[in-house]
Ligand binder design. Structure first.
Ligand SMILES: O=C(O)CCC(=O)N[C@@H](CCC(=O)O)C(=O)O
Ligand SMILES: [Zn+2]
Length: 330
């Protein structure tokens, strides 16, 4: 197989569906799911996913460029690698999703939804992660990087969102996130139906949703904006030197979730409000019938505000700064 993305978009099974070169063996497991195994033994098992939302195409292109180098035998592969293009049908349609948001369905939540393409895909992707991580012997490094782009512009154009985790995040993982050029890290404090929450909770993976810029259709991405993240991914996969991160990312914690529960939901924000816009205490940010969402702390920052989500889903997050960490950064 020459081009994993092309095959995925064509909807056809590649022939042959497995092969090898001087560096690795590869196996196409299912639509948008490819496993690459280095010839030398390794204790690193890494999952890199992109296209969980079908309109977030730049990370898909970047990931495919790296995978192409590996398939052509031009680069050595250090870890066992599972590459996932999350929602191929939505990628073909250039839509975030066809029937329901795939990144809300993991951890078995797909069972609560009517049968739809995303519910089936969430189940399939859960199985793929389970098989991949269970196959590894003595996995020392189990990472999952889920690559996205955001709907809105942002005061921090590149940032990471980390799922709730009872364990401490490994130092090497945090260093890698800095090297990837992320300007901010957001720490969830509650469970969720995201792919990264699933991999962290069920397999103890060090997982992060990387938001690498603004969502654009295929062919309209300026991939130079993604060069630091691409370089950091190349280091991880090919064993090349990790680029020095310029600045440690600022840290934020989720303080509140705004949830749309009804058709009466109203978001009191301009449509061009950027991610990480700060609001002072007392500001009314959203209302939904009798429920009102106010800024409760001296200053809270908004992330992913979106009034158009399906009822029951997150319509935005509010964040506070982790001052203990950020004061050291200055
Ligand atoms: O820009 C937006 O409103 C959404 C961008 C996006 O898809 N973000 C992820 C974040 C996942 C997480 O919380 O880890 C999502 O909403 O699924
Ligand atoms: Zn996304």
């Amino acid at each position: 197989m020459q081009d994993f993305l092309k095959h995925t978009l064509s909807g056809e099974k590649p022939y042959p569906s497995a092969g090898e070169n001087d560096q690795l063996r590869w196996q196409w497991l299912d639509e948008g799911i490819l496993e690459l195994t280095p010839h030398q033994p390794t204790r690193q098992a890494i999952v890199i996913s992109a296209g969980i939302h079908g309109n977030e195409t730049a990370p898909v292109e970047i990931l495919n460029q790296l995978v192409t180098l590996l398939l052509q035998g031009e680069k050595m592969l250090v870890p066992r690698l599972l590459v996932i293009l999350g929602n191929p049908a939505a990628l073909r349609a250039n839509k975030r999703y066809l029937r329901c948001d795939l990144n809300r369905l993991f951890g078995g939540r797909w069972q609560q939804y009517e049968d739809c393409p995303e519910a089936r895909r969430a189940w399939r992707l859960e199985q793929a992660l389970e098989t991949f991580w269970q196959a590894g012997n003595n996995v020392e490094i189990g990472w999952h990087l889920d690559l996205h782009t955001a709907i809105r512009g942002s005061y921090h154009p590149r940032f990471g969102v980390l799922p709730l985790n009872e364990r401490a995040w490994p130092e090497a993982f945090m260093q890698w996130l800095t090297a990837a050029g992320l300007e901010a890290l957001v720490f969830h404090r509650a469970p969720g139906g995201t792919f990264t929450h699933y991999s962290c909770e069920h397999f103890g993976a060090s997982s992060c949703t990387l938001e690498l810029g603004k969502a654009q259709p295929f062919g309209e991405n300026d991939l130079t904006q993604f060069s630091e993240a691409k370089q950091a991914l190349a280091s991880l996969l090919f064993g090349e030197a990790l680029p020095a991160g310029k600045h440690a990312p600022r840290r934020y914690r989720v303080s509140q979730q705004i949830t749309r529960t009804s058709n009466a939901f109203q978001l009191h924000m301009d449509t061009d409000t950027l991610n990480f816009t700060a609001f002072p205490q007392g500001t009314l940010l959203a209302e939904d019938g009798d429920t009102r969402y106010y800024v409760k702390q001296a200053r809270e920052y908004v992330l992913f505000p979106n009034p158009n989500v399906a009822p029951g889903l997150r319509a935005g997050l509010l964040l506070v700064e982790d001052n203990a960490h950020n004061d050291v950064l200055g």
